[in-house]
Design a protein around this ligand. Structure first.
Ligand code: FES
Length: 573
């Protein structure tokens, strides 16, 4: 693509009043004539925010990307976009993922951008940015912020999120004091970066690399490692070349690339949240990916990465052990060799260069997997006609095939009010059911599905139970937790009809989730159901609840699915 083809020429290359306006105000930042000479303009789309601690270092990282862009002869222009901090944002960051995607999409399309580097990190910032960029379809490259260093507490490594769930349970069971709990708080997050377990942020960083959208080998580099900054600089150099090659996002994110991302998720024991994000990204690119495809692709994939929350180690260890390329190198026969990466070369070629560092337990060799087909499984049955998901690597073997009595809660607040009650009618075999926590019901499908074990059972040493909901759970959480039940209860899914005392059957191996209540009785309950009308809503929440798709379609808004391309037909002046 020569300079005249760059879309930024339609701004900076204009003569007359238009060109005057477009260039003059940019000159206010001190740029010289050369930046308007037709060189590619690289939009550095930054999800930095101090309210998103995982992304708080991205402005520094942006400087490295800019260096690379300048070195390669491009013109870098950084701009902010909405940032979603998983830990602070209420009621849940997921409510705003699609809003972030709209921000990215319109900012890229409306500005003189020829190619983009997306700076992301915390859970929703990666898929939200990719979704937005996919709907514009410019050459795009993702630089994630990298994981934090390992957490430390009393000489032991502790993992983001995972340790919080563990320690909270220990406090409830009387095994840990409040003082110790507070001390652990400051030892867990001790550097820049996103959660360093294989939670959603690490999962999405790795899947983005597996999908070909990041430079090979970059996902696991710790946020504070100098090599992350070198990688960011390389990304800046490479995006300029990608503009020259017209290597658009849709040429990278293809069906084979999606398959490879799903294979990687299974091998990593990645987050269940990846399912909704991959489906949403596929929808933007126009790929026909379904929940059942995800299950089928994952079935025979060996689980190789021994990382929390399903395993033992953390992302820092993972990087030193070889990172994602070492995992993919074990799986080249399962990868689709048609997929390319932002380098323009094949993913399989990149994977072939990966190597496990010998003598570590972090990445298992193909011949000695931690499990087979241990990725996210998709369950069906009369309780989840359109599917539900479970992270098999996090399931307790004794609960994988289970029949128990339901104890139903209509909201997380109702559950939280009951969880410490010594009179709560619950035992270790009870199936805890939470509803009204789906995309439309909550709204935003929060990460509340990993219900805390009731205190009286925790005190007796019970550390896992079957839990079922239309919610999500944090990628850092674990347990026999059935999530994303679809359709959700708020739109009349069968979860709305379960009553405490009903029997529920779960069989993960046969992918079955069944409410053992006769069909006639279910029909009767449905006819008697009188859902409470929604409270008056306005603004984004109103738009979201009216248009959000169910989890089996990635929770995108119905009118955002697909792409409009990069063209804007009309002038601004
Ligand atoms: Fe940001 Fe975990 S809270 S990645």
């Amino acid at each position: 693509m020569n300079d005249e083809d760059n879309r930024s020429r339609h701004w900076f290359g204009e003569s007359g009043r238009g060109g005057f306006l477009h260039r003059s105000w940019m000159r206010a930042q001190g740029f010289t004539d050369e930046v308007f000479d037709g060189r590619p303009v690289i939009g550095i789309c930054n999800t930095f925010s101090e309210f998103t601690p995982c992304n708080a270092h991205l402005r520094r990282l942006a400087e490295s990307v800019k260096q690379g862009v300048w070195q390669a002869g491009g013109f870098p222009v950084e701009f902010p976009t909405m940032s979603l901090g998983e830990t602070l944002l209420r009621p849940t960051a997921m409510l705003f993922r699609n809003l972030l995607s709209m921000d990215v999409e319109e900012s890229l399309r409306g500005n003189p951008v020829d190619g983009t580097v997306l700076l992301t990190g915390c859970d929703k910032t990666t898929p939200g940015s990719i979704m937005g960029a996919a709907s514009v379809d410019l050459p795009s490259l993702v630089v994630t912020g990298g994981p934090m260093l390992n957490g430390k507490f009393r000489g032991c490594d502790i993992g983001s999120g995972t340790a919080v769930w563990q320690f909270t349970q220990d406090v409830n069971a009387g095994r840990m004091s409040q003082q110790e709990y507070l001390a652990a708080e400051s030892g867990m997050s001790r550097s820049n970066g996103h959660c360093m377990t294989m939670g959603t942020a690490s999962t999405m960083a790795c899947l983005t690399e597996a999908m070909g959208l990041s430079l090979p080998g970059s996902a696991a580099i710790p946020a504070v490692d100098s090599r992350r900054y070198a990688t960011a600089q390389r990304a800046g150099q490479r995006i300029v070349e990608m503009v020259g090659e017209d290597l658009r996002l849709s040429r990278v994110v293809t069906e084979p690339a999606m398959r490879n991302a799903v294979v990687a998720n299974a091998a990593l024991g990645g987050s269940t949240n990846a399912v909704v994000h991959l489906l949403a990204i596929a929808g933007r690119v126009g790929l026909p990916l379904t929940l059942d495809d995800l299950d089928a692709i994952s079935r025979d994939v060996p689980w190789l990465a021994n990382l929390q929350p399903s395993g033992e180690y953390l992302m820092e260890d993972f990087y030193y052990a070889g990172g994602l390329p070492a995992v993919l190198a074990e799986l080249t026969d399962l990868l689709d060799e048609r997929a390319i990466t932002v380098t323009g070369r094949g993913l399989v070629e990149a994977a072939s260069g990966g190597e496990r560092v010998p003598g570590t337990e972090v990445i298992h060799p193909r011949a000695e997997p931690l499990g087979l087909g241990a990725g996210t499984a998709v369950l069906h049955g009369n309780l989840a006609p359109n599917g539900a998901v479970v992270k098999q690597s996090a399931v307790s073997p004794e609960l994988a095939n289970h029949r128990g009595r339901a104890l139903v809660f209509d909201s997380i607040e109702e559950y939280d009010a009951a969880v410490d009650d010594p009179e709560l009618d619950v035992d270790a075999d009870t199936v805890l059911v939470l509803r009204n926590s789906g995309p439309r019901g909550y709204p935003g499908m929060p990460e509340v599905g990993n219900l805390t074990i009731p205190r009286k059972l925790a005190e007796r040493g019970v550390d896992d139970m079957v839990r079922i909901s239309d919610a999500r759970m944090s990628g850092t959480a674990y347990g026999t937790v059935i999530l994303h039940v679809c359709p959700e209860s708020a739109v009349g899914g069968p979860l709305a009809l379960v009553r405490s005392g009903d029997r529920i059957e779960l069989d993960v191996a046969s992918r079955r989730l069944h409410l053992d209540v006769p069909d006639e009785e279910i029909a009767r309950r449905r006819s008697e159901r009188h859902p409470t009308p929604r409270q008056e809503e306005r603004g984004w929440v109103k738009l979201y609840t009216e248009h959000v798709l169910q989890a089996d379609q990635g929770c995108d808004l119905d009118f955002l699915v697909g792409s409009s391309g990069p063209t804007v037909a009309r002038q601004s002046h």
